[in-house]
Design a binder for this molecule. Sequence first.
Ligand code: PMV
Length: 335
Amino acid sequence: MKRHDIVTIILSQAAHQEPPQKRQGRAFAPANIALCKYWGKRDEELNLPHTPSLSISLGQLGTETTVAFTEGEADLVTLNGKSIDPGSDFHCRIISFIDLFRTVEGPRWRIDTRNSIPTAAGLASSASGFAALVKALNDWFDWGLDPQTQSILARLGSGSACRSVLDGFVLWHEGSAPDGMDSFAERLDITWPEFRIGLWTLSTDRKPVSSRVAMKRTVDTSILYQSWPEQCRQDLARMKQAMEDRDLSAVGRIAEQNALAMHATGLGAWPPVLFWLPESVEAMKTVWMLREQGLEVYLTMDAGPNVKLIFNQRDEAAIRESVPTLKTIAPFGDG
Ligand code: PMV
């Protein structure tokens, strides 16, 4: 099935199907960090995963997007106030996504995006980007789609984007239907005001291999990938329980082991996939040293060299002493 078929099915159930009545649509979506990772697709076109995954949305940190018609002859995409080169990957990805929602003959569109996170630095900006775009379209066209359906649309842009439609702890159900209608995100009913995420940015350079390419190569060539789906399912069940118990040591340990196992599957691929810089390894060692000294701090990493820390509010000051550049996020507000 093609992405366009899914969009057609979903929009046939929308509250309004006519052209937008408002001048523009606008929405914000948070970035998210997976604590149990999504790694590997069973369907490349629809971004359907082999496993479920679980993330935390990063509160006010994310993407704000505005969508409107433009009188110009060409589509215009801006990022943080600067227009994007129409030949760039970023531009092409956005245009091919919005083409799913419009006809060739209509007026051209202007899409303004503002990120409060570095783009493509492994901090999931494509996730908040596609989630904000879908929410802005829902606002503009007044479709009245529920968050579950919006998450299905966001997934068509980037897998992890389906989790960025929601706040807090978010579970992405893997689903089994070939059309992916049962592969959507859902917010867990857990509030944990003391829970903290720290962003330890080591490089804002564009990553050399995209997560799409890395995942495919890993699924196709890494023998270590065979154990991944089973580990994921076990990690996820234990993680949910640990979150319900507000058990930081368990959440941190499961998240760290899950992330390192994901990176290990990449090392087993051919050609090998390695996202780490020497600075990433140094950062990991610092975290392990802090833990030996008695601090409850854990790490996770995505398809890039940056390290994200997981800890409790009470340890923030002590962690900051060793990592002064850390950007701390309180996903449930200040606890
Ligand atoms: O949504 P994508 O294609 O950018 O993939 C994201 C993959 C990871 O960030 C590595 C893991 C995850 O679950 O977010």
